[in-house]
Design a protein around this ligand. Structure first.
Ligand SMILES: NC(=O)C1=CN([C@@H]2O[C@H](COP(=O)(O)OP(=O)(O)OC[C@H]3O[C@@H](n4cnc5c(N)ncnc54)[C@H](O)[C@@H]3O)[C@@H](O)[C@H]2O)C=CC1
Ligand SMILES: Cc1cc2nc3c(=O)[nH]c(=O)nc-3n(C[C@H](O)[C@H](O)[C@H](O)COP(=O)(O)O)c2cc1C
Length: 202
């Protein structure tokens, strides 16, 4: 074991932590909800896959967010993963904009729940909130994925160093979702509507 390198380390206060986190590149998502608690949404990078059996992801939401009450009351949400061209909607959902203005910036459809799914998202995960854990300023929401849709064909949108960037898609054939000659792929999650959910790639 070597001694800690005090010259290379900094105290971990909130500012140092945020500065460190700003160096990570993250996917960017809209978290949306609708129902008895009202329609609401926010931009999120703190989204992570937890399990594929059952399909479960987590979303970290600040309890001070204006969307928090609606999310917890409705008990459902949709994660719409953004692509190139979604920078404006990502900024609008990033706070301090009235909800109506946020939703006016996109086109929406419903999957299984009432939560709005962004029509041209790279992929949308329609979820039921099945667990909740408070950690510091945020709640970790555990979300059972009950329907999927993927129609967007854009490059991926990333957030890194406090800016939006894009990541070019893999060459055609590099992944199932990028394969243009295969029109649809069935996935083993409860469909949004109809007998089988399809992830359209062309
Ligand atoms: N997980 C979160 O709650 C995030 C919140 N934001 C909020 O969006 C605004 C703009 O952020 P940036 O331009 O990225 O600059 P920033 O300096 O506020 O944040 C840099 C990075 O630190 C992390 N971070 C920021 N605030 C956090 C929080 N309250 N809890 C946990 N992690 C946090 C995120 O990874 C963020 O990209 C700020 O108000 C920020 O708080 C941004 C990204 C993630
Ligand atoms: C790129 C980006 C990522 C963000 N990620 C999260 C996140 O994962 N969790 C979160 O609670 N807020 C996140 N925020 C902040 C929210 O989008 C929003 O600003 C916050 O909920 C306050 O919004 P309000 O004005 O509706 O209260 C992020 C903001 C940006 C710009």
């Amino acid at each position: 074991m070597t001694e800690p390198d005090s010259a290379a380390s900094v105290p971990v206060d909130a500012a140092a932590y945020r500065e460190a986190m700003s160096r990570l590149a993250s996917a960017v998502h809209l978290i949306t909800t609708d129902g008895p608690g009202g329609r609401a949404g926010f931009t999120a990078s703190a989204v992570c896959s937890v399990s594929d059996a059952p399909p479960t992801l987590l979303v970290c939401v600040n309890r001070a967010s204006s969307a928090f009450a609606a999310l917890t009351r409705n008990g459902t949400l949709c994660v719409s993963t953004l692509g190139a061209g979604h920078e404006t909607v990502a900024a609008l959902f990033g706070g301090r904009t009235p909800m109506d203005e946020r939703f006016a910036a996109g086109t929406w459809r419903r999957l299984r729940s009432e939560a709005p799914a962004l029509t041209d998202a790279l992929v949308s995960f329609d979820c039921r909130i099945v667990g909740r854990h408070a950690v510091g300023s945020h709640d970790v929401l555990y979300c059972a994925v009950e329907a999927l849709a993927a129609t967007g064909q854009a490059d991926a949108l990333l957030y890194s160093e406090r800016r939006f960037r894009t990541l070019a898609r893999a060459p055609r054939g590099g992944s199932d979702l990028a394969e243009p000659t295969r029109s649809a792929r069935a996935v083993g999650v409860r469909p949004a509507e109809g007998p089988a959910l399809t992830l359209r790639s062309a």
